[in-house]
Design a protein around this ligand. Structure first.
Ligand code: SF4
Length: 218
């Protein structure tokens, strides 16, 4: 893994820097926003989150609403029924445990405690928990979504066939803490624009001289 750690620095320098322009959200807002971001673009998930907030004045109102009303309000983000059900379930569970709809107390907990709490909620997996840790709490974790997983595999950082769960552990061990946020954002952007799933644009890729999969991935 020492070789990986060395090349991580180089690859971070070569990839265009990406950032999220908005200030960090409240923990619960980030959690709901991350659920909405699954299987859709940032643009559509941002629209769905804004629409949900316009339609319902509070998380309590989302819990009290009919499932169909919640689904209608997030239709532009895709998988509306499924996401609406997940959002209502996790809000109900949080309200049951916390006796209110607020997760700001998680800011006082260690990373592992936050991860354990979040992944025990219905519909929340390790990637969603890692996004909340990274973006709402500013913790140095590296969420592994489909783009990060694919690009890291093509770069030779992960053995072929590595599961998402194992990838989290391997990349966490290989990527220095101060690079994780930047690398996460840069790999997602690279996976969307250049190192795409079906036809990676290796000829125009800034990593082609370092990448063992250049010209070979399909
Ligand atoms: S060279 Fe090709 S496979 Fe390697 S990172 Fe770039 S686009 Fe992906």
């Amino acid at each position: 893994m020492a070789t990986v750690a060395a090349s991580v620095e180089t690859i971070c320098r070569l990839l265009p820097r990406e950032d999220r322009p908005d200030p960090p959200l409240a923990v619960l807002d980030e959690l709901v926003g991350t659920v909405l971001s699954q299987h859709t673009s940032d643009h559509n998930s941002d629209r769905a989150f804004a629409s949900l907030q316009r339609r319902f004045p509070s998380w309590e109102a989302v819990v009290a609403a009919d499932l169909a009303q919640v689904a209608d309000s997030i239709r532009c983000g895709g998988l509306a029924e499924r996401k609406a059900a997940t959002i209502q379930s996790l809000l109900r569970e949080i309200e049951r445990r916390e006796e209110r709809l607020d997760l700001e107390r998680l800011r006082q907990l260690a990373d592992r405690e936050v991860e354990s709490y979040l992944t025990s909620l219905p519909g929340v997996g390790p990637k969603t928990a890692a996004c909340v840790l990274l973006f709402a709490l500013g913790r140095p974790v590296l969420p592994v979504d489909t783009h990060v997983h694919r690009v890291a595999t093509r770069l030779g950082w992960l053995p072929g066939g590595t599961t998402a769960e194992r990838a989290h552990g391997l990349l966490a061990a290989a990527v220095p803490a101060h690079l994780r946020r930047d690398l996460h954002l840069a790999l997602i952007a690279h996976g969307r624009r250049v190192c795409t799933a079906r036809r990676p644009r290796c000829a125009e890729c800034v990593l082609r001289r370092l990448c063992p999969s250049a010209g070979r991935s399909g």
